[in-house]
Design a protein around this ligand. Structure first.
Ligand SMILES: [Zn+2]
Length: 497
């Protein structure tokens, strides 16, 4: 960064009390524009001690295209954001930075981003500590200063949001903060298989046996927006490009000939299809007010989106794929084969995860996943509830450049027309603070198990979800030195000592 930082503090006796020399403990940083298209940082510093200046206004730092000047020590407050609230005011709680409007403004902004990111880092603060002068309103007369005015954008504050996002990128370890606006979630690739009900992994790039590559993305709730689009004749890659999404992936089953979506599907209030027959008892993935959930909601639920899948793989923290394979009447080519897969789950923090598995080859890897392998994988990644979606040739994850991330390793890698996609967008920064938390809480906990015969109480590890407690049957069986066997045909569990 091509700017220098210098201290040139104004004297304690500067007229009009511009340096009250009162120490304070700042809790935020307030950003201003100087409001003067021609003055430089040095001009602004000189003005503070100019005898013609009769205003009580001052600031900690002013920055332009070539330098930052510290005019007040960073443990003393200035007069820049009065809101009439005394000790809680912007003046008394916030460091102030004036951004010059003169010269090469792009360079000035780039310098300011660098400086502010450093100041936040030093203090262990996030971008939630950044304030606009605008944020310090005077409630007594409803007055707000349009400042920093060059970030106002007729009230949308678009430039301000981008400015904050670039600083946030630097804090997240992305040093190219002023070039990269979107920090994408990471796609993690692992090569997995299962053996005797246990999930195993091969190192990537080893060809040791029957395994399959699966790609996993975690989308933190509150940071992204999800939209379901249904457009006949379109592939996921086209839909990602048309809608300028960050990612897109397939989800519900559909009819290859008629393009009809199977099961309950909604995009906002728009009804796309309704479940009938055996599909009525299957499970849905919904996003409601930005929060993902997997369950049985029904078509009347008010949602951002709703799609249906089968079978449910993990239910309230338990492996449930075989139970729901039978219950949901999933046909054998989906339920018993290995193939390419698209599956999703929600962890106990309410974050949404997507898994996309390769498959369809007869080589010694990328043979595809079984339901068990998906369920074990999702559970390893913290799934409370997980759901299987359409797989095989439909299974696809597309990045923002419209490239199929998983495509090259699937048999028949020509992308299929799916007529739909779930698209992922970055959420607007100003909405992040309010929607950052999931409303559905689930957590593992010690749960009291009471033996009805003897009254003996034992603490068992279980899951609390939606205010209900769940304990795995095999945990209970262990108490009685017994084991559990599940019979698919009779759909009964047998406990043997
Ligand atoms: Zn201001």
């Amino acid at each position: 960064m091509s700017y220098t930082y210098k201290q040139d503090h104004i004297p304690n006796n500067t007229p009009h009390n511009r340096r009250p020399a009162t120490e304070f403990i700042p809790t935020s940083i307030t950003i201003h524009n100087t409001g003067n298209p021609t003055s430089t940082a040095q001009n602004e510093r000189n003005w503070l001690t100019n005898p013609d200046n009769d205003v009580t206004a001052s600031f900690n730092i002013v920055i332009d295209e070539k330098e930052a000047i510290e005019c007040l020590p960073l443990d003393e407050h200035g007069w820049h954001s009065g809101d009439g609230s005394g000790s809680k005011s912007g003046n008394m709680t916030s460091l102030s930075i004036e951004i010059c409007e003169s010269g090469n403004y792009d360079q000035t902004i780039s310098n300011a981003i660098d400086l502010i990111a450093k100041m936040l880092k030093e203090r262990g603060w996030g971008v939630d500590r950044l304030k606009r002068h605008w944020d310090w309103a005077r409630p007594s007369d409803g007055y707000r200063k349009i400042c920093p005015r060059l970030m106002y954008d007729n009230g949308t504050w678009k430039t301000w949001k981008e400015f904050v996002k670039k600083i946030d990128n630097i804090l997240d370890g992305n040093t190219e903060g002023d070039k990269v606006i979107n920090k994408l979630p990471e796609i993690v690739k692992e090569r997995i298989y299962s053996e005797n009900g246990v999930l195993k992994k091969y190192p990537i790039n080893t060809n040791g046996g029957k395994a399959t590559d699966v790609r996993h993305i975690k989308f933190e709730t509150g940071k992204y927006e999800f939209k379901f689009v249904y457009e006949k004749g379109k592939k996921v890659s086209q839909l990602v490009k048309d809608h300028k999404a960050l990612f897109g992936f397939n989800a519900p089953y559909f009819n290859l000939q008629t393009a009809e979506i199977y099961g309950n599907a909604k995009s906002g209030d728009e009804l796309i299809s309704q479940a009938y027959g055996k599909m009525q008892k299957r499970h849905e993935l919904i996003f409601k007010d930005g929060v993902p959930q997997i369950g049985q909601f029904g078509i009347d639920e008010k949602v951002d989106l709703m799609v249906q899948g089968a079978p449910k793989l993990v239910s309230n923290g338990n492996l449930a794929y075989d139970y729901y394979r039978v219950y949901d009447e999933v046909q054998d080519d989906i339920g018993k084969r290995t193939c390419q897969r698209t599956f999703a789950w929600i962890d106990k923090n309410g974050d949404f995860h997507l898994g996309i598995a390769d498959g369809g080859t007869t080589s010694t890897w990328d043979i595809g996943l079984t339901l068990e392998e998906m369920a074990l994988y999702a559970k390893e990644k913290g799934a409370v509830n997980a759901l299987n979606f359409d797989g095989g040739g439909s299974s696809i994850l597309v990045d923002k450049d419209g490239k199929g991330v998983n495509q090259s390793q699937n048999t028949g890698s020509n992308e299929r027309v799916t007529n739909h996609a779930i698209l992922v967008f970055e959420k607007e920064l100003n909405e992040m603070s309010s929607a950052g938390q999931s409303t559905v809480a689930a957590y593992t906990s010690k749960i009291d198990f009471i033996d009805g015969k003897t009254g003996v109480k034992t603490e068992l590890e279980g899951l609390i979800y939606n205010d209900k407690s769940y304990i795995e049957l095999r945990e209970v069986a262990k108490l009685f030195s017994s084991k559990v066997d599940w019979n698919n045909d009779s759909r009964k569990a047998t406990i043997t000592k």
